[in-house]
Design a protein. Structure first.
Length: 201
């Protein structure tokens, strides 16, 4: 386990973090309100917090971080490619991307658990975008404050079979709250106080 103390972490070595396929838990000692990863990304100088892409599975865990100011073409805060880590008890706030403002996870069985996604921007998937297959799970997460010029809050592509369980989506203005282009299930979820054309499509 890597235990990270409280503070604001910026600059090289504290962003664009790769876990190199290791079965490892990276956890903050004092939780997300005390432990910030400030990616300091922008259109000219793009960065995200984590890039997980070497076949990691559920034995790789990211837990207890406040992730902010990521800016990438895909996966503004976190990108999981062909990898399936657990992301738990994180606050992902004010990140920017075309696909997956907070998180993008193509070909992934990622588990997002007990996280808060707030004020992220992604044209497709302002919170989360799942492309090209996989069986991702989102459990007990809160999604809020999606911008009005986003198409979707949560979006899946063909080949993705998603489970959303015990989640809350509110104060969002994207065109669709959830767009499932293949299969999926939403259980015990609440979608309220939003300005959507459709809640689930």
């Amino acid at each position: 386990m890597v235990l990270v103390g409280p503070g604001e972490y910026t600059g090289d070595g504290n962003r664009d973090i790769e876990l190199r396929g290791k079965a490892i838990t990276v956890r903050s000692s004092d939780g997300p309100f005390a432990t910030h990863i400030n990616c300091q990304g922008n259109e000219q100088d793009q960065h995200r917090a984590f890039w997980i892409h070497e076949g990691e599975d559920s034995s790789t865990v990211i837990e207890g971080f406040f992730i902010t100011f990521g800016y990438m073409d895909e996966g503004g805060g976190i990108l999981c490619e062909d990898s399936s880590p657990v992301v738990k008890n994180c606050i992902v706030h004010v990140n920017h991307s075309v696909f997956g403002g907070a998180v993008s996870a193509p070909d992934s069985d990622v588990l997002l658990k007990e996280c808060v996604f707030d004020y992220n921007y992604g044209y497709r998937g302002s919170y989360v975008y799942f492309g090209s297959g996989g069986n991702p799970k989102i459990i007990s997460c809160e999604f809020k404050n999606s911008p009005s010029d986003a198409v979707t809050c949560i979006e899946t592509e063909l080949g993705v079979d998603i489970l959303l369980y015990n989640c809350l989506i509110y104060d969002s203005s994207a065109l669709f709250a959830v767009m499932l282009l293949d299969s999926g299930m939403a259980v015990n979820c609440t979608v309220t106080h939003n300005n959507h054309y459709r809640c689930i499509y």
